[in-house]
Ligand binder design. Structure first.
Ligand code: HEM
Length: 167
């Protein structure tokens, strides 16, 4: 009985090895396109959901159209914290001018001085890109005004973080 089972298993193993050897894999004619990370697009109203008003909700801010997860900076951005007004929106102008004036809490950079633009880039690189993961981009950054895709859009390079797969 045991011998019969052993023989049956041996034959089955032989058959499996044989069938695998006989069937050679067809050669791939086309190389698959390199896998690209999906990019999350935020509309204004979507971004507004992440303004730190609910305890267990992530907190997001957009600067220069890049959406950062600033949840780890809750002491700055959470409900009742000093910079809470900046979150849930694109606050590029406010960051450039170091202003919390509601008029400045916009993506609009029209008329900013050279110094303000330089300060914006410094904070963008040395605070936001250095401290916080990127979770997506605003529609303004990805699309043209007529809603068509902007062919010049390029995701930011952020080597020490990966874009969160949150879809
Ligand atoms: C009396 C005025 C202010 C004082 C004393 C002050 C103080 C500070 C301090 C001490 C930090 C560094 C905290 C840390 O890295 O641990 C900081 C960060 C910061 N401040 Fe202010 N601030 C003032 C006004 C403003 C205003 C008006 C803005 C408007 C945009 C602003 C925006 C920021 C931002 C974006 C950060 C970086 C927060 C982060 O690391 O995520 N500050 N501020």
């Amino acid at each position: 009985m045991a011998d019969g089972l052993g023989l049956a298993l041996a034959l089955l193993a032989l058959a499996l090895v044989g069938s695998r050897g006989a069937r050679s894999e067809p050669e791939l004619r086309f190389k698959p396109a390199p896998r690209q990370r999906p990019v999350r697009l935020f509309t204004e109203s979507e971004l507004a959901r992440y303004a730190g008003q609910e305890e267990d909700q992530p907190i997001y801010i957009a600067v220069k159209g890049v959406v950062f997860d600033v949840t780890s900076g809750k002491e700055f951005y959470g409900k009742g914290a000093p910079y809470n007004a900046l979150v849930g929106k694109d606050s590029t102008r406010g960051i450039a001018k170091m202003s919390l004036d509601p008029e400045d809490l916009t993506h609009d950079t029209a008329g900013l001085t050279e110094e303000e633009l330089q300060s914006l880039d410094e904070t963008f690189n040395n605070v936001y890109k250095a401290k916080y993961p990127i979770v997506g981009y605003t529609a303004q950054r990805i699309l043209n005004e007529d809603g068509s895709p902007n062919p010049n859009f390029k995701p930011e390079d952020q080597p020490h973080f990966t874009i969160k797969d949150e879809f």
